[in-house]
Each structure stands twice: as structure tokens, then as C-alpha cells.
Design a protein around this ligand. Sequence first.
Ligand code: ME8
Ligand code: MG
Length: 500
Amino acid sequence: MGRFYITTPIYYPNADPHMGHAYTTVFADSMARYHRLLGDETFFLTGTDEHGLKLQRAAEKAGMDPKSFVDRMAEKFKRYWAMLDISYDRFIRTTDPDHEEVVKRAATEMYRRGYIYKGRYAGWYCVSCEKFYSEGEYVVVEGRPYCPIHMKPLEWVEEDTYYFRMSEFQDYVLHVLEEEGRVYPEQYAREVASKIRREGLRDVSIARPRERVSWGVVAPFDQDYTIYVWFDALLNYLTGASYQSDPDRFQRLWPSAHHVIGKDILWFHTAVWFSMLRALDLDPPKKVIVHAFLINRGLKMGKSAGNVVTIEYLLQRYHGSDGARYILMRIFNPAKDVEFTQDMLDSIYNSELADTYGNLARRVGVLAQKKLQGHVHGGRLDPSLEQSIERAINQYIKHMDEYRIQEALHSVMNLLREANAYINKTRPWEKEDPTRELYSLLETLRSATIMLSPVIPRAAHRLATAIGTKIESLEDAQPRPDRVYTVREAPILFRKIGRG
Ligand code: ME8
Ligand code: MG
């Protein structure tokens, strides 16, 4: 039995999550569900990044104290993830006491080892990113430095601080990036490595004076300072794996850690995170899985750009979580930004979920009931369909194991398209005893349903129940001659959506 530890970024709960956050979270959830189907010991972590200036200001704006504000927002996040059927094992908050403890211990340890020293900082800061920008990284608009991601003016910061000696880890980080294959897709590893080769790895500020930023973990090495929010946030991945609180569990989980992130936070999850882990004598995560941006009306979808598509909208338009989830995974693209349109999403839903899958399920169900009173016993499958099932499973596993969910779905859809052609060609409704045809079709549907279940868990469960089976493991997707189906219902899984 394998192990699989998967995480999403912990999102800033300054506002509700939107389609961009759902994109990452549904992907991580689908991967977690896939690994549970394989029988792996799976742990799926998501949560909220609650400290720092951005949240301090959001709370002020809402007229609330920061803790009450993040308490309310964390509950909201959980409700959204419930609506999208996100099966996380823990929802971590950086205000959780066990996490604050990990941050203090890690900071103490690094300080003790001489990796943290006092200094002075002067530079430009983006509060939306919670990040310092150096010259060449920011864009200049009318003579003023702007954040290239949020297109907002940067703030000038000049203060005493503590630095983390990241420069010590330059050779190490380059080695991990260039030799160890820990970043997927590889293009992102090359991108970070070439930036380091160009500019060097510089020490980073990891504390802010308490009078400037009061909302955060108090630095254990100096009570007048607050630990920098990114240093705090990255450590959540260790807290989730019981770093220090349960060493056995940590030893088991950490070597299988997979971090799913958007490319906006690539630097933190590679250069900074790999250095921090090394300073603690820990291995880097097994994989950092990076995806590009969802683009709406030409810009990265986000609150600052004002082009957010809400999760409510997706759920409503695509008739619940499965429709929304499927669409997100069908357009999922690690390597390239995705500019989508409503027509594009509608047509994926209609042609793949409603027609290719839903309509086939309905037809097969109706025929089994009409022609065979719902009892379809096993026998030899149509050999070409049997082969197609086997091929689809092999392709599906290969793609899923390599994080290519879009291609995995494509393989399943191809199988379902063949099944549709088969039913049209063999015309089981005209046959006296269409047992062989319907059995072959039910085997195909069952197999496709198991493979789709990580992405559309509700519909998959509904169909499995309707045809009298259960979704328990990926092994059960293999075609066999000796099953017996009791078709109780012919559900309409996905209602088509009209125009407008
Ligand atoms: O960065 N396209 O939180 P955040 C694709 N708290 N993905 C998108 C997206 C878009 N248009 N918009 C958002 C933070 N995302 C930190 C993380 S982790 C230790 C700390 C997704 O609320 C994507 O996963 O700004 C991106 O990386 C993340 O939301 C940023 O979320
Ligand atoms: Mg952001």
C-alpha cells in the first residue's frame, strides 16, 4: 500500500474563495480521491492563511478584531468546500495552536543554528502578495512601482528586521531544482533555477516589527517582532503531517508530500521552502505540482482585477458540484494559462457530461429495465469493447499517476464515445435477448464511472447505486465476465443547459 500526502495552498481568507481557488482545490481533491481508490494511505490538507498585514487590514475594514474576522471567514471557506464536495482530512488554520507551536519551534531551531540574524530592510512591498519586490521584478506605471500580479502600487517599507540566511542554500536549491525532478511541470523548475542563476539567492526578511504588523506569531527570538506571514504559512505543511507532535506519522507522510499550487507562489514553494526545510534538516516535498492561471477577460482572475467568477455561479449553472468540478478539471492546465468562455464551459458540460456519459447511462438503464426487467447476468463481453475498457484503464492510470487529469478524463470520454457508437450499431432495443450487448455496456459504464468518480463523486455514486454496484477500488474497473447487474433505476445524471 502506497502513501499519498497532498496539500493545497492555504488561501488568504480576506475574501470568499472563487473559481481560481476552486480550480486548485478540486484538482487536489480529485487526486486525493484517486489515491483512496488505489487503496493508498491518503491525507489531504487544505486551510486558511490567517496572519499578516493583509488580513489585519481586511479585519479593520470589516470593523472586526482579526481573530473574530478569520473565525467567520474560515467557516465560510469550509462551507464552500462542502458545496464542492471537497474531501479534505484536515482544514488547517495558521491560528491553530499546534501550528503556532510548530512556527515557534522551527524559528527557534533555525535561530539556534545561526540561520537567522538581525538587520535592516528597505524595499517595496505588495500587501496583496505579502511579498517584497526587488527592482526588475516590479513594473513601473507612471513612474511608480506596481505589483506585476495585482497591478496595485507597492508600499515603501524601511525598518529593522530579521533575515533568514537563504543565500547559504543557493547551491542546494539549484541542485534540487535541476537534478531531482521535484517540480511538475519541469518548465517551472527551470524558470526558478535560471532566476537564481541570474540574480543569486538572497537572504529574506522573515520578521516585521510588532508595531507595524501585530497580527501574527510572536518571534521566539525577539518579542518585539512578528514572524513574516509566508514563513508562518509554509510551515503549515509540516504541522499537517504532525511534525514534532507525532514523529512516526511524520516519517510516514512527509516523503509522499505533494504540494499543489498556482504559479504565482512558485518562488515561495521552491527557493524559499526548500531552503527552510534544509535549514531544519528535512527533505524537500516529493512534488510541487504547479498550474498556470485561469484568465477571464484577458486578465488573471482575481479580486483585484474584478473579474472573479463565483463558486455559487458555477454550482448553479452546472447543476451542482459534479458539473462544476468536471468543467474545472477538463480545462485544468499545468503548463499554460487558460482563457475560458461561458460557451466553452457550457459545451463541455453538455456534450461530455449530459450527452456522452449521462445519456448513455440513461439509455442503458432504460433498456435493461424494459428488455430484461433490470436483471443482466454476465457472460462474454463484446471483445472490442472489452479491449477498449482495458486500454482506457491503462491510459487513465498512467495519466493520473503523472498528474495529467485532463488527459485522464479524455481517455474515459473516448471509451464512452465508443460505447455510444456500439449501442447505435448493435441496436439492442431491436433484439429479443440483448443480454450480451447490455452486459458489455454495463461493464463499460461501470468502469468509466469508477474512473470518473474522483472528479464527479456524486453522480458516480448515484449511477453505481442505480445499477446495483459500489465504487470501492480501481481494481473493480477491470472488465469481467461473471458479474450480475440489478438495474433499479435509469437516472438522468446531468440535465442539459440551454443558451443564455
Ligand atoms: O497565495 N488561476 O493565497 P491566495 C489559477 N496564502 N489559480 C488561482 C487563481 C487563478 N486566477 N486565483 C487564485 C496565497 N488561484 C497564500 C498561500 S500557501 C503556504 C500560502 C489559486 O489566497 C492558486 O492556487 O492568494 C493560487 O496559487 C492561490 O489560489 C493563491 O491563493
Ligand atoms: Mg493571491
